[in-house]
Design a protein around this ligand. Structure first.
Ligand code: GRG
Length: 295
């Protein structure tokens, strides 16, 4: 199957799985469930689910297990976007081409949407069999908890909030992004692999290196797009980072520097999984997609 068809198939099955694994809108409290579904369904590139499936295929995981892991990660991601868009954070009105959650509903609802999506993600991981050995499944819960928490995404967001209007050194910027964006992307990839047969130690290390490089790569490209692309193309407000005085790769190393960095990270990511041969094909293709994406 060519990459485009594979990508569409995974995006479609992810959409169906999310529909099924989110609380139904008719279940009370209806307003909260409706808003959770609004925040998650019908939008987004589903990059994390794609990475999760690609890594899972490499480890021989079933698509059914991967759907659950991918949805758990996507729910954490959607929660982070709903909270990030709130007036006390980024204060944005447009996300995935539609009004942000607090604009469509209200601030308390958007806050609760994030809280409830985070719980729903862990509920999924705890209530479906994703690994043959239950101890591995506990490891998976721990991995997602670390990726979402204060030493992962929430910690990265804290650095981001505290850094607004201040100049960051390149290594501080790197840590911020490793945590804010990279940790969840890494979790998507490692959880996908953990749904399958255990990888040999050296293989797991290679995949982890790939995951870390791709996490950073995604952010560098995001910064380039924020500086270059239009709001209409992105489906979210463009040029926001500069307007808010946020440190980005473009502000710290310039547009050319950021482009060179993206090319280097992509090379390192590809090299990390070279030894997997054809098993790593989808991951290779996704790294290419992340670099060449326009939204
Ligand atoms: C509120 C705890 C908390 C964390 C927020 C993810 C995040 C942390 C903030 C979002 C702000 C931002 C622009 C981050 C940079 C990269 C990023 C995660 C972009 C959005 O992800 P995409 O492009 O979005 O995968 P879609 O809509 O395609 O799912």
């Amino acid at each position: 199957m060519d990459f485009k068809s594979w990508m569409t198939a995974v995006q479609q099955r992810t959409e169906h799985a999310l529909e099924r694994l989110l609380p139904q809108a008719a279940t009370p409290p209806r307003r909260l469930h409706d808003a959770m579904r609004y925040a998650v369904l019908g939008g987004g590139k589903r990059v994390r689910p794609l990475l999760c499936h690609a890594a899972g295929e490499l480890a021989g995981a079933t698509a059914e297990r991967l759907d659950v892991a991918a949805c758990a990660v996507e729910m954490i991601h959607a929660y982070s976007l709903a909270h990030d868009d709130l007036p006390c954070m980024d204060d944005d009105v447009l996300r995935r081409g539609k009004p942000t959650c607090h604009v469509e509903y209200d601030e308390p609802t958007a806050l609760l949407v994030g809280d409830a999506l985070q719980s729903q993600a862990f509920l999924l991981l705890a209530s479906h069999q994703l690994a043959d050995d239950p101890r591995h499944q506990i490891d998976m819960l721990r991995l997602l908890a670390e990726a979402a928490g204060s030493r992962g995404m929430a910690g990265g967001q804290m650095i981001d909030v505290a850094a607004t209007g201040r100049r960051l050194e390149r290594d501080e910027l790197e840590l911020m992004h490793e945590l804010k964006t990279g940790a969840l992307i890494r979790a998507a990839i490692l959880l996908g692999a953990q749904c399958g047969s255990p990888l040999a130690e050296a293989e797991a290390a290679r995949l982890d290196l790939f995951a870390r490089r791709v996490g950073l790569l995604f952010q560098v490209v995001d910064d380039i797009l924020d500086a270059e692309a239009s709001t209409a193309t992105l489906g979210k407000t463009a040029g926001k980072d500069a307007a808010q005085g946020k440190p980005t790769y473009v502000s710290v190393i310039g547009l050319d520097g950021a482009r060179q960095m993206a090319a280097a990270l992509r090379g390192e990511a590809r090299e990390a999984i070279e030894a997997f041969g054809p098993r790593g094909r989808r991951l290779h293709e996704l790294a290419h997609f992340i670099v060449t994406r326009t939204f």
